[in-house]
Design a protein around this ligand. Structure first.
Ligand code: TXA
Ligand code: MG
Length: 314
C-alpha cells in the first residue's frame, strides 16, 4: 500500500503531488528519514502523529529549503544567524520565535510560540522542498519509541500501510538526528545530534548551556510556554453545567465540537484552535468543559494535552 518512489524527477514530482494533497511521504535527509507532511495543513500534521502512534503532541521540526523561507515563518536573531550561516544546510535545528501569521499549524508547534526549523543538506530533501514549495513538518519516520530509520527499508518496516509513499534515497550519511539549539538570547543545547557541541561552541565563541528536552517539558517554566487557557477546564463532561462552554465530540454536542462525526484525526487537527476559541468564548474567569474522547490512537495524544490543560496551575 505504501509506495516506494525512485529518486528521480518523476519520483520527486509524485512525492510533491502527494504532499500537496495532504498525504504523508517519508523522505531522506542527511540525518535520518523524515516523515513529511504539509506543516500548514492541520489534518496532515494530525496524521503524522497518528502514523507514528505518538502518545503526546511533541512539537515537530519544520523543514525548509533556504534561509529566506525560514525568515518568512520565524525570527532569526543574531546568534541564530551565526549558527545558520555556519551550519545550514546541515544537521542543525534552530528553535526560533514563530512569526505571527506564519501559517504553521499549531499542532506542529504543539501550541508553543516558537518553531523548530532546519534546512536539510540532502540533495533529495532539497529537491523535494523546492518541488513542494512549502514547509514540511517531519519527525523521524519511525513508530513512536522505535529507532530512527536510515534507509527506506527501515521506514517500510515500521510504517508500511500507514503512509502514502517513501522516497528512496539509500542510506543516510549522518545516521543520527540533528542537533537542536535554542539560539537567542543565550544559546542552549536542547538535543545533541549531528553537529557536535564543540563545533557549535567554536562557531559561537562561547560555551553552550545544556537545557532539558523542551519538546517534553518537565519544568514549570517550559510548561508555561505551552498554550494554557485562562479558563478552568473540566474533562469527561457529558453536558454543560451553568456558565460552562462545552466542547463536544461525536454524540456529545456542545457550543463547539472537536469533531461532530467523532473523527480523531479531525479532533486532533482542531484541538489547539478549539482550546483558544473556547477560552475566548468563556471570557475572564470562565469555565470550559470537554466531552470524553476515546483513549485510543490519536485520542491518547488528545487526552494527554487536555489533561495538561486541565491540571491545576501554580
Ligand atoms: O534530524 C532530525 O532532526 C530529523 C530529520 C527528519 O530532520 N527530525 C527529527 O524531528 O528528529 P522530530 O520531530 O523527531 O524532533 C522533534 C524535537 C522535539 O522532540 C523537541 O525536542 C524539538 O524537536 N522541538 C521541536 N519544536 C520545538 C520547540 N518549539 N521548542 C523546543 N524544542 C522543540
Ligand atoms: Mg524521533
Amino acid at each position: 500500500m505504501t509506495r516506494t518512489l525512485a529518486p528521480d524527477d518523476a519520483g520527486i514530482a509524485e512525492a510533491a503531488r502527494l504532499l500537496a494533497a495532504g498525504e504523508l511521504v517519508a523522505f531522506p535527509t542527511e540525518t535520518v528519514y523524515g516523515l513529511g507532511g504539509d506543516a500548514r495543513d492541520d489534518r496532515a500534521v494530525a496524521r503524522i502523529y497518528e502514523a507514528k502512534g505518538r502518545p503526546s503532541f511533541n512539537p515537530l521540526i519544520v523543514h525548509l529549503p533556504d534561509l529566506a523561507a525560514v525568515e518568512r515563518i520565524a525570527e532569526v536573531g543574531p546568534k541564530a544567524r551565526i549558527l545558520a550561516q555556519a551550519f545550514w544546510p546541515g544537521p542543525l535545528t534552530l528553535v526560533l520565535p514563530l512569526r505571527a501569521g506564519a501559517g504553521i499549524s499549531p499542532l506542529v508547534t504543539a501550541g508553543l510560540d516558537t518553531v523548530a526549523v532546519r534546512i536539510p543538506a540532502h540533495p533529495l530533501a532539497q529537491r523535494l522542498l523546492q518541488a513542494f514549495g512549502g514547509p514540511l513538518a517531519a519527525p523521524s519516520a519511525n513508530p513512536s519509541g522505535r529507532v530512527s530509520p536510515t534507509r527506506a527499508g527501515h521506514v517500510l518496516e515500521g510504517l508500511s500501510g500507514r503512509i502514502a509513499a517513501v522516497l528512496d534515497g539509500g542510506a543516510c550519511a549522518v545516521g543520527l538526528e540533528s542537533t537542536i539549539v535554542l539560539a537567542d538570547p543565550d544559546p542552549v543545547l536542547l538535543r545533541p545530534g549531528g553537529v557536535p557541541v564543540e563545533v557549535l561552541e567554536a562557531a559561537l565563541g562561547a560555551p553552550l548551556a545544556t537545557g532539558g528536552d523542551a519538546g517534553k517539558p518537565t519544568s514549570p517554566g517550559q510548561l508555561a510556554s505551552h498554550y494554557a487557557p485562562e479558563a478552568a477546564i473540566r474533562l469527561e463532561a457529558l453536558e454543560a453545567r451553568s456558565g460552562e462552554v462545552l466542547v463536544g465530540f461525536g454524540p456529545v454536542r456542545g457550543r463547539l465540537s472537536l469533531s461532530e462525526s467523532g473523527d480523531l484525526v479531525e479532533a486532533a487537527a482542531r484541538l489547539f484552535q478549539m482550546l483558544r476559541e473556547a477560552d475566548r468564548l468563556a471570557g475572564p474567569g470562565g469555565r470550559i468543559a470537554f466531552a470524553p474522547v476515546p483513549d485510543t490512537g490519536l485520542g491518547r495524544a488528545i487526552n494527554d494535552r487536555l489533561r495538561r490543560a486541565a491540571a491545576p496551575r501554580g
